[in-house]
Design a protein around this ligand. Structure first.
Ligand SMILES: *[C@@H]1O[C@H](CO)[C@@H](O)[C@H](O)[C@H]1NC(C)=O
Ligand SMILES: *[C@@H]1O[C@H](CO)[C@@H](O)[C@H](O)[C@H]1NC(C)=O
Ligand SMILES: *[C@@H]1O[C@H](CO)[C@@H](O)[C@H](O)[C@H]1NC(C)=O
Length: 654
């Protein structure tokens, strides 16, 4: 007997060692940091109810009658729970099947969720079964699959070869001998001998996981009376277990004072060693929800996930961590394969992984934020949704980053069909104005226009400006309502000027002409190479002028220049003195291109708008600082004569 125990101990040590290799990179505390990790192993049967078909005065669906003279039961009860009690504290307790029932006996362990099973060890009180099937279910008992078959003659009992002769066969004769008559063991390893499969790989998972374990005890056998128990095996005692490994083993041998079992099947201990299924992303588990109160040594089934994973088995990424697809850890290399956070700028609580985005970004990021809050939109909640615009001063993750467009319903154009509300530029907040209307919110007429209403504003029928309400021509420039923003003018002064006139207060951003902040603009400079350039491009006007001041009109700019020399003019009358020119490229950043710096003298050449008598400055205009040399050059060139050209008109396009 003693030598049997020694062999059993060795078997279990061997299993434990194999598992230590298989789960080499998992286990101990805090291993999850930058590493694959796994919860501790335990007996999956501990603390759970084992069901059996019959029981001797115990718990089973078919109880045999309790002690009668014909069917004597042992003096005490042998319920299934005795198979999973502590084998050290209760070494001599066992489960016994009913006596004399014809049914196939079975022992079944139903788990509340999926677990990993690494090996099963049975220690029999009765002689081991002559035929037995070990089965698992991975779908809570709907379908079953054979893990291993046990028989003394495999081909006879099951029609399979014996794995002692054919490696890897699903049947074995190793654990079916009638000897020893008691304390014979049955051992099964899920991963097979030398199974160094990565336990987190799909292959490992398919081999290791189960929801139910079932032992079908198909055929009992009796103890061969002629053989004394102590002279049984021939292969025992060859190995001694290493003394320094204190692994949970079965109890030390007991003096064989037990009477031979009267039940056909009797089991001291069922050890279903395994752990909760966490794919390498957890080192602790909690009881499955709705599960019974956990006993101290019960293996719980709900993972406490790390590596930003989530789910009962850490089988998916956390809500905001789907920038890459979920992966199990690598049990071979120990790489944790954590989930990666999506950048949603604090405007979303979850994101999902998109294969399409992942491919389009060449495998750098695939997260798409869900349900962007705070009026944001976009894959990363990085822009404002329709009808809102950005507050440039605020950080991107501010909940107030997006402000509703304020667009005058009269002065602005309706939104693009299908979209609600008025639209404005998502960055500048500039609304889409009707013709002749200006201002960020399209709430007043542009200079030179009047009669603000549902059709926009009408052009003044005067050379200068007209009353914005009546359309009456104003006598002189001095009388008009256009605000003159002095260079370097104070914003406070501006605000004051505006409010006293009862005008809507413009946003600070627009109140400051871009011409003060040319640093904001990057304009492509246009070089004048020769005088013939001026001829070729057929500019309506060519003048020498110095910039006096810039006027910010909200949606466009007006620049006052002092004309010093008229080198060429078109239909708009030009003379020396003050004129307005109109840069067309009033961008959403509040810039004009080309840049006109106040106080600087320029050679200016550009088109004109005949109907409104405006001199325009476009991207094609020539704006070069004036030098006497350039002056001489141009004057001579023009005097020698450009070929006559038809004057062209340019339509304003705002
Ligand atoms: C049988 O099991 C039930 C619940 O599992 C328990 O309440 C009952 O006491 C058991 N009976 C015996 C005889 O062990
Ligand atoms: C198993 O049974 C078959 C058929 O009865 C027989 O031919 C074979 O020799 C047996 N094998 C062993 C190892 O007893
Ligand atoms: C895990 O790591 C090993 C060793 O680095 C490597 O060979 C194997 O391909 C990895 N497995 C996966 C699924 O990445």
């Amino acid at each position: 007997m003693k030598r049997f125990e020694g062999r059993l101990r060795f078997e279990m040590l061997a299993i434990n060692c194999a598992l230590i290799v298989a789960f080499m990179h998992s286990g101990t505390a805090s291993r999850c940091v930058d590493h694959a990790c796994s919860p501790p192993m335990g007996n999956l049967a501990s603390g759970r109810t084992l069901t059996t078909v019959s029981g001797c005065c115990g718990n089973g669906s078919h109880h045999s009658p309790c002690p009668t003279p014909l069917h004597p039961c042992p003096d005490h009860l042998h319920p299934p729970a005795h198979m999973v009690d502590d084998p050290f504290q209760h070494p001599n307790t066992w489960w016994a099947s009913g006596v004399g029932t014809d049914q196939v006996e079975e022992v079944r362990l139903d788990l509340e969720t999926r677990f990993c099973l690494t090996h099963v060890v049975l220690l029999f009180h009765s002689p081991r079964p002559a035929a037995m099937a070990m089965e698992r279910s991975q779908d809570f008992g709907r379908t079953w699959e054979t893990l291993k078959l046990f028989a003394q003659n495999c081909s006879l009992a099951f029609g399979f070869p014996d794995d002692t002769s054919q490696h890897g066969s699903r049947c074995t004769s190793r654990y079916s001998s009638a000897k020893p008559c008691s304390r014979g063991e049955v051992i099964f390893r899920t991963l097979g001998p030398g199974g160094l499969v990565d336990p987190y790989s799909p292959e490992g998972i398919s081999q290791l996981t189960l929801t139910n374990l079932r032992l079908r005890l198909l055929k009992a056998q009796t103890c061969p009376l002629s053989v004394a128990p102590s002279t049984t095996s021939s292969s025992i005692g060859l190995f001694k277990p290493p003394a320094d490994l204190n692994l949970p083993l079965l109890p030390p041998p007991q003096p064989s004072s037990e009477a031979p079992a009267s039940a056909p099947f009797a089991i001291y201990t069922l050890l279903a060693r395994g752990t909760c299924l966490c794919h390498g992303h957890a080192e602790h588990c909690l009881p499955h929800r709705g599960g019974q109160d956990t006993l101290k040594d019960m293996v719980a089934g709900r993972c406490v996930c790390t590596h930003h994973t989530a789910g009962e088995h850490c089988e998916r990424c956390g809500p905001l961590y789907n920038d890459q697809s979920w992966k199990p850890a690598n049990g071979s290399s120990g790489e944790p394969h954590p989930c990666h956070k999506c950048e949603c700028h604090d405007h979303a609580e979850s994101c999902h992984f998109s294969k399409r985005v992942w491919l389009s970004l060449e495998g750098t990021s695939g997260g798409v934020c869900d349900d962007c809050q705070h009026n944001t939109a976009g894959r990363r909640c990085q822009r404002c949704r329709h009808g809102y615009h950005r507050q440039p001063a605020m950080p991107l993750n501010s909940p107030h980053i997006c402000t509703r467009c304020w667009c005058d319903p009269l002065g602005s154009l309706p939104a693009i069909s299908g979209e609600e509300g008025r639209w404005c530029h998502p960055r500048s907040g500039q609304c889409h104005c009707r013709p002749g209307v200006g201002g960020t919110g399209c709430n007043h007429c542009l200079p030179g226009y009047w009669g603000f209403g549902g059709e926009g504003c009408k052009p003044c029928a005067c050379p200068q400006n007209c009353d914005p309400h009546t359309g009456l021509c104003l006598d002189s420039y001095a009388n008009n309502q256009v605000l003159n923003i002095p260079m370097g003018g104070k914003i406070t002064a501006m605000d004051h000027a505006l409010t006293t006139e009862g005008e809507p207060v413009w946003s600070k951003q627009l109140a400051v002409s871009a011409l003060h902040y040319t640093g904001k603009c990057s304009c492509k400079e246009r070089k004048l190479r020769s005088v013939s350039d001026l001829c070729k491009t057929k500019y309506a006007y060519v003048i020498k002028a110095s910039v006096l001041s810039a006027h910010d009109k909200g949606s466009h700019a007006e620049v006052q220049v002092k004309v010093c020399k008229v080198l060429r003019s078109g239909q708009v009358p030009l003379s020396q003195g003050t004129h307005s020119i109109y840069p067309l490229s009033w961008t959403s950043r509040g810039c004009t291109c080309p840049i006109l710096n106040p106080g600087v003298e320029y050679l200016l050449a550009g088109p004109e708008e005949v109907e409104t008598e405006r001199l325009l400055v476009t991207m094609q205009s020539v704006v070069v600082p004036w030098t006497p040399q350039l002056g001489t050059h141009i004057s001579e060139g023009l005097r020698q004569g450009c070929p006559e050209h038809p004057l062209q008109t340019h339509n304003r396009a705002i």
